[in-house]
Design a protein around this ligand. Structure first.
Ligand code: DX5
Ligand code: ZN
Length: 231
């Protein structure tokens, strides 16, 4: 049931951009065909780093119409969901490891009016997310340990992508299947082949300041992997 699969999109992670020139990073990404922006929110508690909060999401919202994908690497996603929605988040993605009650979390995030995603860390098995997949607009598989950009892709993510793809297709879900962490022109094709549709690209988007050439290479890698998957 492939017909309900969403379009494949590249989502630059602004964590890797120059914070003093986010407007420039947004413009360059849009011109290069980005399909969304991924915003990594870190609280210094769920992950060992602090990034930014709703004020920055709001500033980005004022500069782009592309969807804003808010990756909540925070311990209390339910508490902060409304402010990230009000700041302009289109999709709120929580971590399964951050909640004891995923059902209530999905409901609380959905009540803000946002689309809802759930993420799993590399040390979390696919079986942890499996029961919640039918209620999600996005399944996010992490291919690095959350906290920092510029890390190496962990191939353990690939079997999880394949399991998610199988489940999404089986239930006819058009949810996005996201891969996040270490996605480069070398690794994007394997993720696409495994069924990912939403490619978070931090370092690989902004490295060298050549956003246009970088996204072109990433796009080519994604399409090559997707072509292998249909053969
Ligand atoms: C990691 C974040 C990622 C990261 C991606 O904690 O969730 O979104 O910023 O950056 P790269 O693509 O450089 O791994
Ligand atoms: Zn992220």
């Amino acid at each position: 049931m492939h017909n309900r699969r969403p379009e494949r999109r590249l989502a630059p992670s602004l964590l890797s951009a120059d914070f003093a020139d986010l407007a420039g990073a947004i413009r360059a990404s849009e011109a290069a065909g980005a399909g969304a922006f991924h915003l990594d929110v870190m609280d210094g508690h769920f992950v060992p780093n602090i990034s930014f909060g709703p004020a920055l999401v709001h500033a980005v919202r004022r500069r782009t119409r592309l969807p804003l994908d808010i990756h909540l690497m925070i311990s209390d996603p339910v508490r902060y969901a409304p402010v990230f929605r009000e700041a302009g988040g289109d999709t709120l993605v929580f971590h399964l490891e951050a909640t004891r009650d995923p059902k209530a979390t999905v409901e609380a995030l959905r009540a803000t009016g946002a689309a809802v995603g759930a993420a799993i860390r590399p040390d979390t098995p696919y079986s942890a997310i499996d029961p919640w997949v039918p209620s999600l607009d996005q399944v996010l598989v992490m291919s690095v340990h959350p906290g920092f950009s510029g890390q190496q892709f962990l191939p353990e993510a690939l079997p999880k992508l394949r399991a998610a793809r199988q489940q999404l297709d089986a239930i006819g879900s058009a949810a996005d299947l996201s891969i996040d962490g270490g996605v480069t022109e070398e690794t994007a094709s394997a993720a696409a082949e495994a069924g990912a549709t939403f490619f978070v690209c931090g370092n690989s988007t902004f490295v060298g300041g050549r956003v246009d050439a970088n996204l072109q290479r990433l796009r080519a890698s994604v399409e090559a992997g997707a072509a292998r998957a249909v053969r």
